[in-house]
Design a protein around this ligand. Structure first.
Ligand SMILES: [Zn+2]
Length: 245
């Protein structure tokens, strides 16, 4: 009987140690970009779309940044120049270059108007807007901040800080407003973005979910597989992410 008890204790301890090791391993690898495709087998060739990640909510490409889900203060990401001094997440910079190059090859006049923004830049943009609102309306700071936040994201709540968002317009139409949607460039971008892993992030019919007005110039990198699914099904990123949970 004693032997049996001792045996049981040893088995339980081994199980507990095993679980601890698994958890530790997960923590060690949690920051890495997930790998795709079968674990074993020949390396992927050609342009086959990526397979779903095993744990999608941890996929860096699908991270949602919004008023409700702000970035932690001091968030930073490795960036590189994607175009004309505009920086982008290093892991997605080539996709942006390919997207722009394909559009230009199709005869489109495309200009990057904004890409990655660091925390300080977003803070300055927001602060400038708050001060303008205060000067124009005579309102106090708190109220002015609320009005400003409708048009300029508070620091930590703009997905430009992720390095995965890009605003695109053209030399002929160098503004960021709804009129951009009537250009052939905007139509091309919307029709072809998914092929390069990008989505129209703030569509007109999803404002109640995204919390952001229609922005026909703002594209977000999410990876090709998610982008194709989102654009083909007329979803926004929040709906896609909720479907994965
Ligand atoms: Zn934008």
């Amino acid at each position: 009987m004693k032997k049996l008890m001792l045996f049981s204790i040893v088995v339980v301890m081994i199980l507990l140690m095993g679980m601890g090791a698994a958890e530790l391993s997960e923590r060690l690898h949690g920051d890495r970009a997930p790998s795709y495709g079968p674990a074993a087998g020949p390396p992927a060739t050609g342009a086959a779309p990526e397979l779903p990640a095993p744990v999608k909510e941890q996929d860096w490409r699908l991270r949602i940044v919004s008023e409700a889900q702000p970035l932690e203060e001091g968030f930073s990401v490795e960036t590189e120049e994607a175009e004309n001094c505009y920086l982008f997440d290093t892991r997605a910079a080539q996709a942006l270059r390919d997207f722009l190059a394909a559009g230009r090859a199709a005869g489109m006049d495309l200009e990057v108007a904004s890409a990655w923004r660091d925390w300080a830049t977003q803070e300055t943009l927001f602060e400038d807007k708050v001060e303008r609102v205060m000067a124009e309306t005579g309102l106090g700071r708190e109220q002015a901040e609320e009005i400003a936040a409708d048009e300029v994201a508070r620091p930590g709540t703009s997905e430009h800080q992720l390095g995965l968002a890009v605003d695109i317009n053209s030399n002929d139409y160098p503004w960021l407003d709804e009129g951009w949607a009537d250009t052939e460039e905007a139509a091309w971008l919307e029709a072809n973005c998914a092929e390069y892993g990008f989505i129209l992030r703030y569509p007109p019919d999803k404002s109640d979910i995204t919390g952001i007005v229609w922005e026909p110039w703002h594209f977000r990198y999410v990876g090709r597989e998610a982008a194709v699914y989102i654009m083909e099904n007329g979803l926004c990123l929040e709906e896609y992410a909720a479907g994965l949970a």
